[in-house]
Design a protein around this ligand. Structure first.
Ligand code: NAI
Ligand code: MG
Length: 502
């Protein structure tokens, strides 16, 4: 291991974990990729290799899907009593909390996020998701129905619905919240009684592997959860297209979401998608700016802008425009950048070289298209994938920085005159529809605007508030289906109607 990692005092358990070989989990056993190959995993703050992980491909995917199939078709999990299943889910939540510090360090090391954020948000939210879902295991219910069949006059029926697990589920997740995205996916799929093949992002597989071990420790039977680590094209694609997979649940880019739909169309397997965003965040002139300015800043800069729901298009009513622009720019200037494992760090590096190049490419395109960079606009430092928090003014609706998801700490700020239909049109003028924010003291107006926004989540006088009970997902090209809340269970359950003549 490299020296730069050492100076930030990783716990001995984390050190020992990252030093181990990282294999795939198939049928309850850790095993190397069939061809023995591995790939490197990096610390984005130093660009150094921290671990080597099994480079799984189609042969490994086939084994993992076969294990999940066997566990679903004949294993104890789908037929286990809901109470027993719930207890295992609850135990997974407990084990996450017992290992909070280790998981937070792993997350910070591999993803780059500030350790304080991983400790306060990523890990506790992941635990809470399992605890919340554990309660649903015993509350999955069908209904009884009264029939009026016109062509069988006088007949009586006993008709009811059952909610049954959908089967073998492939789950493909991204790198921005590696542990939390695994929890969002695994909590409900396990609650529903499905079996799974999970593919973490190639950039950040470590915390998902640690979580998988905790799931085994909690008593999850072999084959219920399988984890294959690998790249999108060589591992994710054969998983999404696999004929023995009943359903694919994906979080990531809209571009790959469309590929998943194509792959799943061969045999019409079910698909749910949580994709990109370009979320409007609206500050009305009567807003409390002591809340709205830090709120708008957090909306875009949290997690370095690597949030699908980032408030990346900030709209400010004319009278308050200069003050909000200045306030958010000041906040951006004050953000302390550094390695995630430095407790003083407020913003870490972007996750990878690819993302660094992507985001700095957007900054360049903004300049070339004539946007004014108020603060930031460049790389920070000479090593690591750090990008300065950036505020852009003077953008036009046809600019790439205004239209496309940047997925970095870059916000466009634009004025509006009145909170009228044209504001709603501008806020909704995007192919995405994941989230939106409204800052105002006029609650009637806030709710009227909220109703008109075409977005899966609307935050009023707050932003980035997540809870296991709040459904999250997108309108338009931001996705299909919802994560969290009881709604997420619909992603993993089939409804069977049973009709008996009596
Ligand atoms: P991506 O969509 O390529 O990767 C997400 C996951 O999909 C990873 O596990 C990856 O291995 C897998 N994947 C990639 N290609 C695949 C394929 N053909 N078949 C099956 N699985 C595949 O996202 P990437 O390239 O890391 O980031 C690019 C952009 O995507 C970001 O700049 C951002 O705009 C967006 N993004 C959105 C996320 C969200 O939470 N909605 C998360 C990550 C990225
Ligand atoms: Mg990609």
């Amino acid at each position: 291991m490299n020296a730069a990692v050492d100076i930030i005092s990783l716990s001995p358990r984390v050190r020992s974990f990252i030093g181990q070989p990282h294999q795939a989990l198939i049928d309850g056993r850790w095993q190397a990729a069939a061809d023995g190959k591995t790939f490197d995993v990096f610390n984005p703050a130093t660009e150094e290799v921290i671990a080597r992980v099994a480079d799984c491909k189609k042969a490994d995917v086939d084994l993992a899907v076969a294990a999940a199939r066997k566990a679903f078709d004949g294993g104890p999990w789908p037929s286990m009593s809901p109470s027993q299943r719930g207890k295992i889910l609850w135990k997974i939540g407990d084990l996450i909390l017992e290992n909070l510090e280790e998981l937070a360090q792993l997350e910070s090391l591999n993803n780059g996020k500030p350790i304080g954020v991983a400790r306060a948000a990523d890990v506790p939210l992941a635990a809470d998701l399992f605890h919340y879902m554990a309660g649903w295991a015993t509350k999955i219910e069908g209904t009884t129905l009264s029939l009026s069949v016109p062509y069988t006059p006088g007949a009586e029926y006993h008709a009811y619905t059952r909610r049954e697990p959908i089967g073998v589920v492939a789950q493909i997740i991204p790198w921005n919240f590696p542990l939390l995205m695994a929890a969002w996916k695994l909590g409900p799929v396990l609650t529903a009684g499905c079996t799974v093949v999970l593919k973490p992002a190639e950039e950040t597989p470590l915390s998902a592997l640690r979580l998988a071990q905790l799931c085994l420790d909690a008593g999850l039977p072999p084959g219920v959860l399988n984890v294959v680590t690998g790249f999108g094209e060589s591992c994710g694609a054969p998983l999404a297209a696999h004929p023995h997979v009943d359903k694919v649940a994906f979080t990531g880019s809209t571009e790959v979401g469309k590929l998943i739909v194509k792959a799943a169309s061969n045999d019409l397997k079910k698909v749910s998608l949580e994709l990109g965003g370009k979320s409007p965040n609206i500050v009305l002139e009567d807003a409390d700016l002591d809340l709205a300015i830090p709120g708008a800043s957090n909306a875009i800069f949290f997690n370095h802008g690597q949030c699908c729901c980032a408030g990346s298009r900030l709209f400010v009513q004319e009278k308050r425009y200069e003050r909000v622009l200045e306030g958010v720019s000041d906040a951006a200037k004050k953000i302390r950048l550094g390695p995630g494992l430095d407790p003083a760090t407020q913003m870490g590096p972007l996750v990878s070289k690819v993302q660094f190049e992507r985001v700095t490419g957007f900054l360049k395109s903004g300049r070339e298209e004539g946007a004014r960079t108020v603060v930031g606009g460049n790389r920070y430092g000479n090593s690591g994938y750090f990008v300065q928090p950036t505020v852009l003014d003077g953008t036009r609706e046809n600019m790439r920085v205004y239209q496309e998801e940047i997925f970095g700490p870059v916000v466009t700020v634009t004025p509006f005159k009145d909170a009228d239909a044209d504001l709603i049109r501008r806020a909704n003028d995007t192919v995405y529809g994941l989230a939106a924010g409204i800052w105002t003291n006029d609650m009637r107006r806030a709710h009227r605007i909220a109703n008109k926004l075409r977005a899966g989540t609307v935050w009023i006088n707050c932003y980035n508030i997540f809870d296991a009970s709040l459904p999250f997902g997108g309108y338009k090209q931001s996705g299909w289906g919802r994560e969290m809340g009881h709604e997420v269970l619909n992603n993993y359950l089939e409804t069977k109607a049973i009709c008996a003549a009596i």
